[in-house]
Structure formats: structure tokens, C-alpha cells
Design a protein around this ligand. Structure first.
Ligand code: PEP
Ligand code: MN
Length: 340
């Protein structure tokens, strides 16, 4: 950490800061400029007590951490990209993953026809919520255990791996009994006990970025999962809340580039929640591939106009097929494999 002392601070008050730094186990190196003094506190910030409390001293201008707060998630700790093995399907590295399927599991016919359609178009993982986080308690909440049964059936019929949301820590074992990947939704991205419970199931986790979550906070949420002993986390950018109302959320592609730079974890883009409009989904997918994302999670429905949730942003089978074909040149340029 770097402790910046206010200009014109007398030596005895600078010595007081140095004493505090050393009391907390750091070695203090003082750099004196013409006007201002800076104290570099040398020591492992992840094991030492933070010096941020020194901000309370009147002679301290500010305290700046040097090391990353996310240790296991950072690229420094793990220079090679992490490749997650989802029961035989790689996510990360040169593999490009396409997760597709309905927002919610609604019926056997809806799920199975969608599973076959997305598989035929080249997806390798099937999404579908059985437990849905809805803004209003009067909206469709998902089929619950029946939804999980249908997801198992779809996997049995198509071989697609299942991505489904874990809404509550009470359901961790139940949902992990079906899921190949547990999705943690945007509204739960800082529900730390849920993150730990999800981690402990041992299943790979797709961690959505929160609606108002800063990139550092998102990476720290991932750190909760890694530090609980589960290294298999996919970061998922799904749009954030901004002043813009033309789109449902603002898909933050810059955050994808930052996450790729800062972390070794695979980064997945969700253009469906990201913009909330089916017509914009193909362009955002192309942008995500070109930017170096490791995969996409796309909402697909046999008849979006009749969907029980998020109808406005789901693409139909024909559009999904066209979209997948349109990604080929981008995947080739980026040296990605994984799509049929
Ligand atoms: C979803 O994937 O359908 C969903 C609810 O996502 P999010 O948590 O990103 O809103
Ligand atoms: Mn949805």
C-alpha cells in the first residue's frame, strides 16, 4: 500500500504514520519530495491487516492499495486461461461455448423442441430456468422441480449439458442434482452465502454480473467461489443499469475486455438480458466474439410471442440458426473452435 501524507506535514507527524504502518507488520519506506512525503508499506496485502484505516489520521491524504483484491481470480496468480470441463464440453481457451435455450422451462414440448433446434444449430449447452427470479411475485416463477425433470429429459435426449439457475442456498443440492453448470443470477451476484453454497456443490458456476455491480465487485464475487474451493467459474456479462432506456440494460462490452485482461476465467456474454431486444442480439453476439469472449448464452424460444418470461428478447429457431451461421467468420478470425 502507498500512504500519501498531506503537504507540509511536520516530521513528528510523518513518524507517527510510519510507526502505525510498522505496527501492522509492514516495512515502511519513506519517499520525501519537495512538498509531499509518501510512505510505501511493503508486505503482502492479502495476509496483512489493511492500512485503509490510516485514512482516519488527519495528516494522511489517502491510502492506495497496490495489490489486487481478487487474488485467485487474477491473471497474475494464473497466467494461462482456465478451461472448464463441463462433463466433456470445454469452456475457455480456444473452445467457444454456445449456451442456448429458453429463458424459462415452460413445458416438455417447448423445452425438447428448443433443445433439438439449438443442438442442430451448433449449441453444446442448454439453458433454461426452472426457478426464476422475477421482479413481481405475480409473474411466472418457473416450474421448479418439474422444470428440473424436463431439463434432465432434454439432456438425455440431446446430450446437451444443462445450465440452470440456483436461486436459493436452500436448493443447492437439489438444483446441483440436475445442473451441469449452476447459474447465479444478476440479482444474486453478491449473495455471498449463496455463492459459497453453490461453490460447495462442486459444479461449474456461471456467475452473472450484478445489475449495478462494478467490475472489481464482480471479480470479488468470483473470488468468493474460488476461495471456497471451486475453481470452475465462468464470468457472465449480462448488461448493467444505466440512464439508457432504449435497451433493457446496457451490455458492457468494455467489462468483457477488462475481465479477460484481469482474470484467467472464461468470460461469457449474455446479449439477451444485455439488451432485452431480439433484433439486437445478433450484432451483440458478433461483437462479443470479435472482442475475445469465450462464449455466449442466448435465449431461444419456439414462439417468443407466447413466452412466459422475457418474450421480447428471445429469438426463434430460424433466427437462431441464421445467427449461428453469421458468427462463423468471426470465430474463424479469432481462432476459435467449438461450433458445429
Ligand atoms: C436469465 O438468464 O433468464 C436471467 C434471469 O438472467 P439475469 O440474472 O442476468 O437477469
Ligand atoms: Mn431471461
Amino acid at each position: 500500500m502507498i500512504v500519501v501524507i498531506k503537504p507540509h506535514t511536520p516530521p513528528d507527524l510523518i513518524a507517527e504514520v510510519i510507526a502505525e504502518v510498522e505496527k501492522l507488520g509492514y516495512t515502511a519506506h519513506t519517499i520525501s519530495g519537495a512538498l509531499q512525503t509518501v510512505v510505501a508499506a511493503i508486505g503482502d496485502e492479502t495476509t496483512h491487516t489493511t492500512l485503509e484505516s490510516l485514512n482516519a489520521l488527519p495528516q494522511v491524504e489517502r491510502v492506495m492499495p497496490v495489490q489486487k483484491r481478487y487474488k485467485l481470480v487474477s491473471r497474475e496468480s494464473h497466467p494461462e486461461p482456465t478451461v472448464i470441463d463441463v462433463d466433456g464440453v470445454p469452456v475457455g481457451g480456444s473452445a467457444f461455448a454456445v449456451i442456448a435455450g429458453p429463458c424459462s422451462v415452460e413445458s416438455e414440448e417447448q423445452l425438447l423442441t428448443t433443445a433439438h433446434a439449438v443442438k442442430a444449430a451448433g449449441a453444446t449447452l442448454l439453458r433454461g430456468g426452472a426457478y426464476k427470479p422475477r421482479t413481481s411475485p405475480y409473474e411466472f416463477q418457473g416450474l421448479g422441480q418439474e422444470g428440473l425433470r424436463l431439463l434432465r429429459l432434454a439432456r438425455q435426449e440431446t446430450g446437451l449439458k444443462i445450465v440452470t439457475e440456483l436461486l436459493s442456498e436452500y436448493d443447492a443440492d437439489l438444483v446441483a442434482g440436475t445442473a451441469d453448470v449452476l447459474q447465479i443470477g444478476a440479482r444474486n451476484s453478491q449473495n455471498f452465502r449463496l455463492l459459497i453454497a453453490a461453490a460447495k456443490t462442486g459444479k461449474p458456476i456461471l456467475l452473472k454480473r450484478g445489475l449495478s455491480q462494478r467490475i472489481e465487485e464482480w471479480l470479488l464475487s468470483a473470488e468468493y467461489i474460488l476461495s471456497a474451493g471451486n475453481p470452475n467459474v465462468m464470468l457472465c456479462e449480462r448488461g448493467i443499469r444505466t440512464f439508457e432506456t432504449y435497451t433493457r440494460n446496457t451490455l458492457d462490452l468494455a467489462a468483457v475486455a477488462v475481465a479477460k485482461r484481469e482474470s484467467h476465467l472464461p468470460v461469457i456474454v449474455d446479449p439477451s438480458q444485455g439488451c432485452g431486444r431480439a433484433d439486437l442480439v445478433p450484432s451483440l453476439c458478433a461483437g462479443a466474439v470479435a472482442l475475445g469472449a469465450d462464449g455466449l448464452i442466448i435465449e431461444v424460444h419456439p414462439n417468443p410471442a407466447e413466452a412466459l418470461s422475457d418474450g421480447q428478447q428471445q429469438v426463434d429457431f430460424k433466427s437462431f440458426g441464421r445467427l449461428m451461421d453469421s458468427l462463423n467468420p468471426f470465430l474463424k478470425v479469432m481462432g476459435r473452435t467449438g461450433k458445429a
